[in-house]
Design a protein around this ligand. Structure first.
Ligand code: ATP
Ligand code: MG
Length: 492
């Protein structure tokens, strides 16, 4: 009478007894069933895991809701969910036909997938539109300025050439900042993560932050004593904090209080299961709180989307929080927003704890230090970038060898010519920078390497090379910075 499949399966995989439900569900009579091993009846893709499950059942581990597909006599397969228990040489089985449920699940999953896809397309549309708009403005300024320079030169009127050059540079720098923010959001910015003392970093920004906030906002730093070292890219973290502080300032037009707090935090498995993707463990928390207008739940939900802004055109691009979020995630940390309309907002950035001591990083200031005739190998596939890098380095007093890709560079690395430092693009055709570095280090274990990169396909991260003597410089860069970084690496 049972609508479920019942039967006793022997250790060889044959149903010695079975009930009439087999015929109504799958079409097999008791005699037909007894003549075939279940492995002949199973869908080929289910044979392997069923065999493994069967072995376990035979040694006394019951199969509970074990699902696989059985062939029907008229063709096709049906999903059956099994319970099987071993006793006295037989596995006693009950199987329920779950084909309809399975089909519904698949339908639901595909509907969800379609929805995700359409949301994704909408987000991409939004993103592309935003980028195109901002870039076109910047390009208009650059193209316009360059053509004005050309006209003034043709007319032999050099007086205001400087002005147009400055306008072009400033638009180009803004374009660079924009791509940087996009990459930060996309978690594709090259990160130079190192053990950092976050308290020191924030204390170093205090003056800048006070100036940003103005008179009407009171700023309070609550920096934890004995703060752990955090693994993060110092420059990007400064950007992130600055973004959060600017958001807080904008949320307090009539003044208020801003608090920056640091703390050691342990995130447990409970937190990590509620906040997808964060690993449980030790983190350094940087939180920025304001007593501003707060966000409505629907604003808070969208705040980290790129180009989402509630600000007037020209006042916000809507990238601040999205890049901060991307930065936190790419650093293997986390970002959390707590906000209440009327009482204020707290944004928490969690950064993974580093087990090493903090490193103290210098920054480029003023003129780049000069070289002393050292030989640098520049590997860069973009002709213009290669030309500019090598010209600058020559001007600074280095000897420069150039290669367009790894295939050009490898013979030089394997030869016995002097090379004090290799400057390599991280993304190169054929053999990428990372691989080239390996080959270079195999030939010259002491070689110092400076990677230059504008995009990190696999989240190119300094943490991946724990080797000393390998550093990353992010494109686009000021020529002084290049000179400074080269000198620091050579003198190390
Ligand atoms: N501290 C805050 N208080 C209230 N609302 C905030 C706060 N921070 C962000 N928001 C809301 O989230 C939106 C998105 O913030 P986000 O920093 O990404 O972009 P933006 O500040 O508008 O522009 P951008 O940072 O690119 O100049 C803001 O427009 C604002 O509505
Ligand atoms: Mg902002």
């Amino acid at each position: 009478m049972s609508p479920d499949l019942l039967g006793a399966l022997n250790a060889q995989g044959y149903f010695e007894t079975s009930n009439p439900a087999w015929q109504s569900v799958l079409g097999w009579t008791e005699a037909e069933l007894a003549s075939m091993s279940i492995f002949e009846l199973l869908h080929p893709d289910d044979r392997e895991h069923t065999r493994a499950g069967f072995e376990l059942t035979l040694v006394g581990q019951p199969a509970i809701r074990f699902e696989n597909r059985y062939r029907c006599k008229v063709g096709g397969y049906r999903w059956i969910s099994w319970v099987g228990i071993y006793e006295d040489g037989f596995v006693y089985c009950t199987g329920r036909d779950v084909t309809a449920e399975r089909a519904k699940e698949i339908e639901l999953a595909s509907a969800q997938e379609a929805l995700r896809q359409s949301q994704k397309m909408e987000a991409i549309g939004h993103l592309t539109g935003g980028i195109a708009h901002d870039f076109n403005n910047l390009l208009t300024a650059i193209i316009g300025s360059l053509s004005m320079v050309r006209r003034r030169m043709a007319a032999k009127r050099p007086e205001d050439i400087q002005k147009f050059m400055d306008a072009a540079s400033s638009a180009a720098l803004r374009a660079a900042a924009l791509t940087h923010r996009l990459l930060a959001f996309a978690r594709r910015q090259p990160l130079d993560s190192k053990p950092n003392d976050i308290n020191r970093l924030i204390a170093g920004m205090e003056e800048l932050l006070r100036r940003t906030l103005g008179e009407r906002i009171e700023m309070q730093l609550r920096l934890a004593a004995d703060l752990w070292t955090a693994l993060a890219d110092a420059n990007q973290l400064e950007n992130a904090v600055l973004n959060l502080v600017i958001n807080a300032r904008d949320a307090m037009p009539a003044g208020g209080r801003l608090t920056i707090e640091t703390a050691n935090v342990q995130l447990d498995a409970g937190y990590s299961s509620k906040n997808d993707g964060v690993e449980a463990g030790d983190y350094v928390l940087v939180s920025v709180s304001d007593t501003g207008v707060g966000m409505k739940p629907e604003v808070a939900a969208k705040a980290i989307e790129p180009f989402f802004t509630t600000k007037q055109v020209g006042e916000g691009t809507g990238l601040g929080l999205s890049m901060t979020y991307g930065f936190a995630k790419q650093s293997r940390g986390h970002l959390q927003i707590d906000s209440e309309v009327g009482s204020g907002t707290t944004v928490k950035v969690y950064l993974p704890r580093a087990l090493q001591e903090a490193v103290i990083q210098g920054t480029a200031a003023g003129e780049a230090p000069r070289g002393q005739g050292e030989t640098l190998l520049v590997v860069e596939d973009d002709t213009t970038v290669r030309l500019i890098i090598s010209e600058v380095l020559k001007e600074l007093g280095y000897r420069v060898l150039v290669a367009a890709d790894a295939r050009d560079a490898i013979p030089m690395l394997k030869s016995d010519c002097q090379i004090d430092l290799m400057i390599s693009d991280a993304v190169l055709p054929h053999i990428d920078g990372r691989k080239l570095a390996e080959i270079a280090r195999a030939a010259r274990p002491e070689l110092r390497i400076l990677f230059v990169t504008g995009y990190a396909e696999h989240a190119f991260n300094r943490g991946d090379f724990l080797d000393a003597g390998i550093e990353i410089l992010t494109k686009p860069f000021a020529l002084e910075t290049l000179g400074y970084r080269v000198r620091m690496l050579i003198e190390r």
